[in-house]
Ligand binder design. Structure first.
Ligand code: GDP
Length: 418
């Protein structure tokens, strides 16, 4: 049961964006930060150059690339519900697979980005297996739909055949390669096209007649995938009845969180198409911190395993997952709070180093600003200034609490042989 104190967590998503190098992770992340930009009013920007300038500046300042966790806000389209989406940077290069594993530990869900002209590439497979190992639910984004050779079917088939996973295509592209102009939502049976280059003006239509046949075929595949993971839907399916969009979303959400199916979306991050629908899908299908298994810790004697449910009123349990040197404030320790509340100016116990440490200031990193806060609550991610000893993977608990070590990242460091 969710208590009142935990209720904000239903509107939290902690996600990573994982991809083969060059699939478009950086472009997709930049677009997400643009569309969610807090200080950037999309309505005031009317020409494509403005977006590009803003993104170039961001790139120069390196914010989107270097913040280990960026906090964004997204209002689910068609609703007034605002969500906090923390984007955790997962390194994309094959040499950094250990780093990828570390970041997997702190995510509740991920967006796997594929280059639609390449399908599932070998390194996408590596990242996919790591996400499997850490039990991370995923949605797949078939990017570069505008590129020569792009094929949505290729990505969907590769997910099935090369990754051995069950794809649930929830969208279908309207045209591919240089004909790509919009996206069909197979769940709600609506079509979306774009009337400006920024992707901010979206028009909603009925499904155009030319796509009706393909949509029926893809939708049958989708309903079949959803029926496999949801008994109620299976019964409807067997009776030949159409599920409502809400029933379908609920079944797909359940199947995604259980990691039995993987919704597949499409778009072109570069051409500003599909990223906002992708954000809606993050909200619809990926879990909140309340819907993933509670992190566990082991007591010092190794005898007892304790669970820490996501609860701001519970005992403090946090994991340091990235240390960065900042030119202005020095050492920044990025943490995920699993349980309890971390307060600025307080003392914590670093159970990994067996040392008491003082927490200085706390920061939340946004795409183009930093916000100083006095507390970070369960489910939140942010940066701590002032921790001297904490290293990557260290457990932080309340000073004076029973000593526990959170599930460690049991990946051996690579052995370098000369
Ligand atoms: P990353 O290595 O995964 O971070 O990939 P980037 O975002 O840096 O993209 C790699 C290259 O693909 C860049 O030249 C991008 O401009 C290009 N790219 C990214 N998204 C798209 C897309 O949707 N369509 C096309 N045609 N190119 C894209």
């Amino acid at each position: 049961m969710t208590t009142k104190a935990q209720s904000y967590l239903t509107h939290f998503r902690n996600i990573g964006i994982a991809a083969h190098i060059d699939a478009g992770k950086t472009t997709t992340t930049e677009r997400i930060l643009y569309y969610t930009g807090r200080t950037h009013n999309i309505g005031e920007v009317h020409d494509g150059a403005a977006t590009m300038d803003w993104m170039e500046q961001e790139r120069e300042r390196g914010i989107t690339i270097t913040a280990a966790a960026t906090t964004a806000r997204w209002k689910r389209s068609g609703t007034n519900d605002e969500y906090t989406v923390n984007i955790i940077d997962t390194p994309g290069h094959v040499d950094f697979t250990i780093e990828v594993e570390r970041s997997m530990r702190v995510l509740d869900g991920a967006v796997a980005v594929f280059d639609s002209s390449q399908g599932v590439e070998p390194q996408s497979e590596t990242v996919w297996r790591q996400a499997d190992r850490y039990g991370v639910p995923r949605i797949a984004f078939a990017n570069k739909m505008d590129k020569t050779g792009a094929s949505f079917e290729l990505v969907v088939n590769d997910i099935r055949e090369r990754l051995g996973a069950i794809p649930a295509p929830i969208q279908y592209p309207m045209g591919q390669e240089n004909e790509f102009k919009g996206i069909i939502d197979l769940v709600r049976q609506r079509a979306y096209t774009y009337t400006n280059d920024l992707g901010t003006e979206i028009q909603e239509h009925d499904i155009p007649a030319e796509f009706e046949g393909k949509v029926a075929e893809m939708r049958a595949q989708l309903i079949e995938a959803a029926a496999e993971v949801d008994e109620d839907l299976m019964l409807l399916y067997l009776e030949g009845e159409e599920p409502s969009p809400e029933q379908l979303v609920a079944a797909l959400r359940k199947g995604t969180i259980e990691k039995k199916i993987f919704p597949v979306l499409c778009g072109s991050a570069l051409k500003n198409k599909g990223v906002q629908l992708l954000l809606d899908a993050v909200i619809d299908y990926l879990p909140s911190p309340l819907e993933v298994p509670a992190i566990r810790g082991t007591t010092e004697d190794g005898e007892t395993v304790i669970e820490f449910p996501a609860d701001p009123e519970g005992k403090l349990a946090a994991l340091a997952f990235k240390i960065m040197a900042d030119p202005y404030v020095g050492r920044l320790t990025f943490v995920r709070i699993y349980s309890g509340t971390l307060n600025s100016g307080s003392y914590v116990y670093n159970a990994s180093k067996e040392k008491r440490e003082r927490v200085g200031r706390l920061l939340k990193m946004h795409a183009n600003s930093r916000e100083e806060v006095t507390e970070l609550k369960a489910g939140e991610l942010g940066a701590v200034i002032g921790l001297k000893d904490a290293g990557t993977g260290n457990t932080l608990i309340g000073d004076g609490d029973e000593r526990v070590l959170l599930e460690s990242i049991d990946v051996p460091e690579p052995v370098i042989k000369l």
